[in-house]
Design a protein. Structure first.
Length: 398
């Protein structure tokens, strides 16, 4: 299986070059403007009364700031189409708390907003420590998500949620966005998801095999580019490991990767806990990676169906997105997915075909090269980015 690992690594690095870092802007609007509003209250009124600003930000680092009025109410205008974290700041730009929608969804997933919605009123927001819960939860009303989509979203928003819960990644007491900094982390998985077994649609394993992972961090501060080491939590197998400087096409963006240079990771999923990156300039960035032990059943898989021409060459590939253990969970692509690339390889892992990057609203691709014999195909990789900028290379053997 080592050859598959190395192959998947190559795919990941290829995607980095293609995508320009770790997901960039997180998809992008086009779904219209929305006003988010609410009123702060709750048992921790003393703390929350100190809130002077409400901030929303995307996994790509775009942000909007609005004032909290003296009566605790706020309104902030955002673009739909991208998940957003929502946090509160005090007068000294200190972090006071974040909005949760419950069940592990620590962001406003504005990727599948119902038609005609222009306002989401969170109503009275109750506070417990740093956790803020809306009086009105928009999931299921203004935001359309099935139960399966909520489960998948909770899994894939974990890395972004870690920054929502700790938006002062450099630990200097000031929310990074409010000091013109942005740090983010994403994850990439190589996944062995099933076999075609002679059919034109593969059989999907109910729990897929996580083959390896890479963790990416990125900074929008150019002076962070001098190199980095990382130490993970106990059991991670990562101690003072040198990070690989990952390519990015975004100006001033610095990206580091764990394990891109080694070709494999010490465990198939990262151990939950704090990963402390020490940069050559002395800066220390702490990212908390959430529990990944459910990923093999809660990951989204893109399942291809291949259609041949009369002469045995591949005509087109269609696909659906679903969870491995729930064949009925036909997921709405735009709720979870940014884009996908289809990669077809022969037995020596020579690339036979690369699709262009395909946006989530498209689930069929007719090959621009109609001369590839199905008989020579060894595997198909459905390599997609989720709406939080995480990467997944979902591999099916023939
Ligand atoms: Ca900071």
């Amino acid at each position: 299986m080592k050859s598959i690992k190395l192959f998947c690594l190559f795919v990941l690095i290829t995607m980095l070059f293609t995508c320009g870092g770790s997901g960039g802007g997180g998809g992008g609007g086009g779904s219209g403007a929305i006003t988010i509003k609410g009123t702060l209250s709750g048992v921790h009124a003393t703390d929350i009364s100190q809130a002077t600003k409400v901030i929303v930000f995307s996994a790509g680092g775009t942000s909007t700031v609005a004032d909290v009025k003296s009566n605790g109410s706020f309104e902030i205008n955002v673009d739909a189409g991208t998940p957003l974290g929502l946090i509160f700041a005090g007068a000294s730009n200190n972090f006071l708390g974040y909005l949760t929608l419950g069940n592990g969804i620590e962001s406003l997933p504005l990727t599948n907003v119902a038609d005609g919605v222009t306002t989401i009123d969170l109503q009275t927001i109750s506070t417990s420590g740093l956790i803020n819960s809306p009086g009105h939860n928009p999931i299921g009303t203004e935001i359309s998500l099935t139960s399966a989509e909520q489960t998948a979203l909770a899994m894939c928003n974990g890395m972004f949620a870690a920054v929502v819960k700790n938006p002062d990644v450099d630990s200097n007491g000031v929310i990074d966005i409010l000091e013109s900094k942005f740090y983010a982390s994403t994850i990439a998985y190589g996944v062995a998801a099933g076999n075609f077994g002679g059919a034109m649609t593969p059989t999907v394993n109910s729990t897929v095999t996580m083959d390896h992972y890479n963790i990416f961090i990125r900074s929008e501060t150019a002076t962070d580019a001098g190199g980095a080491t990382v130490t993970g939590p106990s059991g991670s197998g990562i101690t003072n490991s040198t990070c690989f400087v990952a390519p990015t096409s975004i100006a001033n963006e610095v990206s580091y990767t764990i394990y891109a240079d080694l070709g494999t990771s010490p465990t198939t999923i990262p151990t939950a806990g704090n990963y402390v990156f020490t940069l050559a300039n002395g800066k220390v960035l702490t990212f908390s990676i959430p529990d990944q032990t459910q990923i093999s059943s809660k990951i989204v898989v893109a399942i291809p169906t291949v259609t041949l021409n009369g002469n045995g060459t591949i005509n087109k590939v269609n696909w659906v997105y679903r969870m491995p253990n729930d064949s009925s969970s036909n997921l709405t692509p735009k709720a979870l997915i940014q884009n996908i690339i289809i990669q077809i390889n022969d037995a020596s892992f020579t690339r036979l075909y690369d699709s262009p990057q395909i946006t989530s609203d498209i689930i069929e691709h007719t090959l621009t090269d109609q001369t590839i014999p199905w008989a020579t195909v060894h595997n198909i990789s459905m390599a997609y980015n989720d709406v939080y900028g995480n990467h997944y290379v979902v591999d099916f053997l023939k």
